[in-house]
Ligand binder design. Structure first.
Ligand code: PMP
Length: 434
């Protein structure tokens, strides 16, 4: 049945659809961390809807909020509702205590890209400046502004112009340090490059309105920056009155074991974009959390038909309550550590795993031909993914060279499921090494 549906999709849906060809399934239903295809096969879902399904597919607790809300009201544009204001209050109560009271929330359209567009616009309007500095390996979405700050040329090479005055600087990707430094003699040269651009007077780049970066890069390969990097970047940006946008669309909503990843650091951004996991069980939602004192919007400066979707908002409230009631924040840290340790054990027996890194349930495994030269080995990962799929495990691939296995499973994934996934990975390793 899956094959038939895949063929039909190829015939009648735009060829822009993107699903991994070596995971050929049509999905019938899903619950928790398990997906079932139309032929009744079950798969462990470590794809997590690309970091969306933090509380698990079809979470019953959240579904109750959804059912109740949809019986009352689904679409409300920007009119106030108790449902919406209660979500805003929940969000504002979760940011660090020392900045509580200083921030506001606004909702965007249904996707993460909408939030990124809004953040860039707000920074431009507030500063009266043009231009954004973004980071290598960063992914921010597919609409023109969001794509312009996404570094992967694969997505941009067929487009001659996006939005102007975008420049990229290195991200702190220590495994592949752009300055060839070892951790022991690193002096944050990546951050210095950013500083140099702003301060030399000869970089040819005007002071931009904003910088945008992920506090833990997702599509770029689940890259955790070196401790202190974010703080340095924020300090340099603020010295020049540049608005700092942290894109937490993927790293947010408890993915890394904290409500937002920046809360694991001392860096404080001016604008935070959110989406994905905030929609609870996959409902579309996005928005900004931003400092009140950069408020530059006047009513209707930036509008959007679907930003008042009450069911998405109710799902978000449900997901917050679920996380709190079942202490998922703590659980994510513990289960993430467990998964990380097991993957590091697996790496000991696999000469092609160069690095296992991550935080909470956002973990990357980078495949290389040789641990010393670090030459990327996407071919191995491709085969490995296919072998895992055959045995019932789904995951995403990313990174600069498509050589990083990206794990963003539901945060509620149990030890048993993780053990089963690891068994699959072990078997797949043996087959791929032959
Ligand atoms: N920012 C980040 C960090 C993301 O990971 C993504 C999606 N992968 C986006 C923005 C774009 O979100 P969407 O696909 O919903 O537009």
């Amino acid at each position: 049945k899956s094959e038939k549906l895949l063929k039909l999709q190829e015939d009648i849906e735009g060829s822009v659809v993107s699903y991994p060809k070596n995971m050929p399934i049509a999905i019938k239903r899903a619950k928790g961390s398990i997906i079932e295809d139309v032929d009744g096969n079950q798969f462990i879902d470590f794809f997590g809807g690309c970091g969306v399904l933090n509380v698990g597919h079809g979470n019953d607790f959240v579904l109750e909020y959804v059912k109740e809300q949809q019986a009352d009201l689904i679409h409300a544009l920007d009119f106030p509702t108790e449902n919406k204001l209660s979500l805003i209050q929940k969000i504002l109560n979760k940011i660090p205590e020392e900045i509580q009271g200083d921030y506001k929330v606004s909702f965007g359209g249904p996707t993460g890209s909408d939030a990124v567009e809004a953040a860039i616009k707000l920074a431009k309007i507030k500063t009266g400046r043009d231009g954004v500095i973004a980071f290598s390996g960063g992914y921010h979405g597919m609409t023109s502004g969001a794509l312009a700050v996404t570094s992967d040329t694969f997505f941009r090479k067929k487009l001659t112009s996006l939005i102007p005055n975008i420049h990229f600087v290195p991200y702190s990707y220590c495994y592949r340090c752009p300055f060839n430094k070892e951790e022991s003699n690193c002096n944050y040269d990546c951050a210095k490059h950013f500083e140099w651009i702003l301060e030399t007077g000869h970089s040819g780049i005007n002071i931009p309105a904003a910088i945008i970066l992920e506090p833990l890069q997702g599509e770029g390969g689940n890259v955790v920056p070196k401790d202190g990097f974010l703080e340095r970047i924020v300090k340099i940006a603020h010295k020049h009155d540049i608005i700092v946008i942290f894109d937490e669309i993927q790293s947010g909503f408890y993915r890394t074991g904290s409500f937002l990843e920046f809360m694991n650091t001392k860096a404080i951004p001016d604008i935070i974009t959110f989406s994905k996991g905030f929609g609870g069980i996959g409902f579309p939602i996005s928005g900004l959390i931003y400092r009140k004192d950069i408020e530059a919007w006047k009513s209707a400066d930036h509008i959007g038909t679907f930003r008042g979707n009450q069911v998405s908002i109710a799902a978000a409230r449900g997901a917050f309550d679920f996380i709190e009631q079942y202490n998922i924040e703590e659980y994510t840290k513990l289960i993430g550590e467990y998964l990380m340790k097991k993957l590091k054990d697996l790496a000991l027996d696999n000469p092609f795993i160069g690095e296992v890194r991550g935080k909470g349930m956002m973990i990357g495994v980078e495949f290389v031909k040789d641990k010393i030269t670090k030459e990327p080995f996407p071919e191995f990962l491709k085969k490995f993914r296919s072998e895992c799929f055959q045995r019932g495990l789904l995951f995403e691939v990313g990174g600069h060279y498509n050589n990083v296995l990206r794990l963003v499973p539901p945060l509620i994934t149990t030890h048993n499921i993780i053990n089963a996934a690891l068994e699959i990975m072990k078997e797949a390793t043996v087959v791929c090494m032959k």
